[in-house]
Every structure is written in C-alpha cells, then in structure tokens.
Design a protein around this ligand. Sequence first.
Ligand SMILES: Cc1ncc(COP(=O)(O)O)c(C=O)c1O
Length: 363
Amino acid sequence: MERYRIPLVPGPVSVPDEVLGMAIVNYGSGMIEPEYFAMYKECERLLQQLMQTRSRVVIQTGEGMLALWTALKSTLNPGDKVLAISTGMFGEGLAAMARAIGCETRVVAHEFNETVHDFDRVEREIVDFRPRMITMVQCETPSGTLNPVREIGELKRRHGVPLLCADMISGIGGVEVEVDAWGVDLALGASQKCLSSPASLAFLSVSEAAWERVHEVGYVGYEALLPFAAALESGEFPYTPYWQGLAQLKRACELIMEEGMDVCFARHREVAGYCRERLSGMGIALYPEAGRATCSPTVTAARVPEALGWEKLDAALRARGAVFGNNFGALAGKVFRVGHMGSQANIEMVAAAMDILECIVRR
Ligand SMILES: Cc1ncc(COP(=O)(O)O)c(C=O)c1O
C-alpha cells in the first residue's frame, strides 16, 4: 500500500492517529445501545457548533455525494424549479442532479475560474425564475475557489425563495460557516475533507423549512431524510449505524474545538497564503482569475507548467514523497491542486512540498 510522506491531496486527507485509533474498538450495535445515541447527539452538537446552526444535523453512512442526493431527493419533486448557481464542477453537478430528479432547472453559469461576484445578475434570475430552491457550492474543490454564501442567502431571504442548499463539503472545518445567519436550509458536509476523518460519513443540517418540505415530499428511498426525522427519539435508524466512523468524526470535531475554531481557520488562511506566495514565486499561475474569484483557504488550484505536463510533474513529486491532486474533466492534466485542508493545513508540510516543487520546476 502506498503511503505518502507529504500527502497534499484535497481529500481524503491524512487522518491523525488519534482519530484513526477510534476505529480499533468493537463498539457493539448502534441500533440498540443508548451509548450510540448519546455519541450521535454529541457529534451532532459539535457539528452544529462548527456550522453555526441550531438546526438538526443528520449524519449518514457514506461519502459526500450521499449528502447531495439526500438533500435534493428529499426536498424536491419533479417539476419544482431549481436555480443552480454554478462556478465549477460540483455546481454543474448539482444542476444535473436536479434535472435527473425531473426539476425545471436554470443554471447561473460562471467560468470555472470565477466565483459569484455579480449579485445583480443572480438577483435578476431569482426574480425572473422564482425558484423553489437555490443550489450553490461554497468551496469548488476542483477550482480552488470560495463562493460567498452569505450574499446568496440574503438574496434568498429578500425574495422569499423557500430553500437554499449549499454544498460546503470542502469548507466545513476549514473556513467560517454560519448556516443560520446566512439562511442556509441544507448545508452539506463530509468527514474526509477539513475534518480529517476517513471517508465514511456524510452529514447535512436541515432547517425547519427544509424539514417541512421533507414531510411534504415524503421521499422514502435509501438516501431519504424522512427516517431521520424521529430517529433519535424512537431509537430507530434506517440502517445499521457505523459506530466506528461516528467515533472518529466526533474525535475529529473535538480536535478542532480543542485547537479553537478561529485558530483553526486562521491556520488554514496562513497556509493557503504561504502556498500561493511560493507558487507565484516559482512563476506558477494560480487557476482562479485575479479580480473575478476568491481563492479558498482549504485548497489551491494552479496551472500545470506546460514545459512539464501533469504526468511528469506527478511522477517527479511522487519520487520525492509528495502527492498533489490532479483534476477532472476539462481541467484534468491542466490544473493541479494542493489540498491544505484539515490535518494538511500544516505549514511545515506545505513548505517541504513547495521546496520539492521548486527543485522540479527549476531543473
Ligand atoms: C465540493 C465537493 N462536493 C462534493 C464532493 C463529493 O464528495 P465525495 O467524493 O465524498 O462523494 C466533493 C469531493 O471532492 C467536493 O469537493
């Protein structure tokens, strides 16, 4: 099995020993032990604190895409209008998913190296289209960008849009997230990004308005929110809970609280700034377009130096113990990512990687 000395893939990130260790325990059945419910409640409380919400947070066994499908399938019926704000791959993906459910979907499309900056344009689309739901992505991991959720939440409230669904999978735990203040009804997260736990759990906060809609829609599939509405009270989870994963996620959240949320977010900002400065110093262009995009503190996307090409760059990095992320679709081979999120928002680790990269590009 390959073990990276300097792992900088933007998720799954390397898991701290303390979190890994929580899985080497035979916990028993989460279906019947009150101890599991207590742990679930405590993990929910920690996630609420991280996401700044008083809403219930549902924790599911699976990875991030599960939260996306759960949110959409549980709150949308065919024919519902969805305004998908897209600034990248996952923004486009949410639009495609809404379409697959049979929703009337309009996309506010941006270039992948931009973030939302023209709020008048978004407002015009809301007024013209009158959607039931707005979807957006806070951190577009493939683009290394961070979208302004607060401003979209304000527009949602101003125009009485019933639901705002925000994929915050690469943001939660690495940047400020204020679900209630920003008016987010469905905030989606996953365990393996900034929380530094294994890729085992998806979670989502569900506002009162979203729960009402869940009951109206009544979706009962595998990824349904409905069975979670009373799971804690009845003690009936829709499937066998993954106790080891929950114990790991809870410990991972505790580590952030012990560090201090603000300190943790500042660490991400510092490492991101350092990473970008070093890349610019080597003449490597950042992918997000200056003036039209905000870079994410959790991941840096940059253009692969043409003289090298991704395959050579990747091989040279690996030969020296460092691993970055490639990309997908049209960005594959052209834009690489440095995942400095969670445990990998580590200045020594990123400095070592940048030293290696500098040797490679200067040769
Ligand atoms: C922004 C964003 N949304 C959704 C996902 C999908 O998550 P997963 O791969 O855990 O299913 C990812 C994964 O990289 C992501 O970065």
